[in-house]
Design a protein around this ligand. Structure first.
Ligand code: DI6
Ligand code: FE
Length: 402
């Protein structure tokens, strides 16, 4: 057991305020939070006059739940910086595609990488997230687009948790894009690659959830539904990249399958928000992709509020549309570009992000939850969304380990 004291806690215990406790104490027992409250009321301090329980002086830090990045593609080969430069020099999208650019260039780089190379390059990105107080990261496949490489990406994702104090959740994203060898044959790709690859990855214990990209440049709702039916057979929860660039109806499909989250959602409407509320799906807001693609259509934040759809915020870290490894910057962007409030955003990177991953015991500072904490050198939690390029993390506690 440990007692942390001399801290301001931001518990997020209730749904309608930060739940701040000044001059607080927090008691950790094993991996979990045992007690939270004002230091003066702490029974463990009162009943321990000889100081047998180790205490930790937080020196006035503000402590929030550790952050959760619930939508990333941090495992992949290569990068697309050269393509970025070519586009800014006037190269057109088609020209780049003919020169082998776009998602398929990342697919080639990922297929060519060894397991160790995938792990090592992902660790660099992961370390940036950890340095900003993140304790849980979701990682998707989707740059293999063949059975072996999809599984290899997920093995690399799982391996990250052996190298760092981090909880990794994996999502199988075989239906992310159409590989060159299946050009113009998306249904054959779903049947011959996505479904068998999901079977194999699941049999290896590599899959926590099943994702897809429902979009004009990717897959139709009908094609995604075949993947979701397979997920359902396997007892796996689903989530979906939907209404990112156009309105295709992916959100309603996801809601029909009780998706744990629907992500992007720039082109979603109030009806979609209502369907998500009824299904209990979290709306994952991804400002990095909005910014990088210079999108102008905003996700329907007001409709999510009105229908009480929980909103999460994430980096969407990927080499194409969101080369972003800062969850704090994603938080700032959500405030400035989407007018989300700092309190909504903090929930979005803590307990709502947990919910988007089907996790029920992280993201709040309450008894019984996993003791994942972030200590910050700030006075008010709004500072986390307010500042730009400021990294006030003092330390992280993951799974109660002080
Ligand atoms: N949505 C996106 O914006 C990315 N994937 C997705 O499903 C694009 C990924 C890439 O360009 O590599
Ligand atoms: Fe994504």
């Amino acid at each position: 057991m440990h007692i942390i004291h001399n801290a301001t806690l931001v518990t997020l215990a209730a749904d309608d305020d930060y739940g701040m406790i000044p001059d607080a104490a927090l008691v950790i027992k094993g991996r979990h939070i045992e007690w939270v409250g004002a230091r003066a009321d702490c029974p463990f301090l009162k009943n321990d006059p000889d100081n047998t329980i180790p205490t930790y002086d937080a020196k006035g830090a503000l402590i929030t739940p550790a952050l959760i990045d619930c939508h990333t593609h941090i495992v992949h080969g290569g990068d697309r910086a050269i393509e970025f430069e070519m586009r800014l020099n006037g190269a057109g999208y088609e020209e780049l595609a003919r020169a082998g650019g776009g998602i398929n260039s990342t697919v080639r780089a990922t297929r060519a990488a060894s397991l160790d190379e995938l792990i090592d390059s992902a660790l660099i990105r992961l370390d940036h997230l950890i340095a900003e107080g993140v304790s849980v990261v979701e990682v998707k496949s989707g740059y293999g687009l063949d059975t072996e490489t999809e599984c290899q990406m997920l093995r690399a994702a799982r391996a990250l948790a052996c190298q760092r104090d981090i909880e990794i959740r994996t999502s199988f994203l075989g239906a992310h894009a159409l590989p060159d060898e299946y050009r113009d044959r998306p249904d054959a790709y779903i049947d011959s690659v996505v479904i068998p690859a999901l079977d194999k990855a699941h049999a290896e214990g590599l899959v926590d959830a099943v994702d897809g990209f429902c979009e004009g440049i990717a897959f139709t709702p009908q094609q995604i539904e075949r993947v979701f039916m397979k997920a359902k057979d396997l007892g796996l929860p689903v989530k979906l990249h939907a209404e990112q660039l156009s309105h295709l109806g992916g959100t309603k499909l996801a809601a029909k399958y009780q998706a744990i989250s629907v992500d992007h959602l720039e082109y979603a409407d109030a009806d979609d928000a209502k369907a998500m509320a009824e299904a209990g799906s979290v709306a994952v807001i991804l400002p990095g992709a909005f910014y990088t693609l210079r999108e102008t259509k905003q996700p329907p934040i007001e409709a999510f509020r009105k229908h009480q759809v929980p909103m999460a915020v994430s980096t969407d870290c990927n080499p194409g549309s969101s080369p972003l490894t800062s969850i704090l910057l994603a938080m700032n962007m959500s405030a400035t570009m989407f007018r989300m409030t700092p309190e909504e955003i903090l929930r979005g990177v803590t307990h709502h992000a947990a919910k988007a991953l089907g996790i029920t015991d992280r993201g709040r500072l309450v008894k019984g939850y996993v003791a994942d904490l972030a200590f910050w050198q700030i006075h008010h939690p709004a500072e986390l969304s307010y500042r730009i390029g400021f990294h006030p993390l003092i330390r992280r506690v993951v799974g109660g380990k002080l």
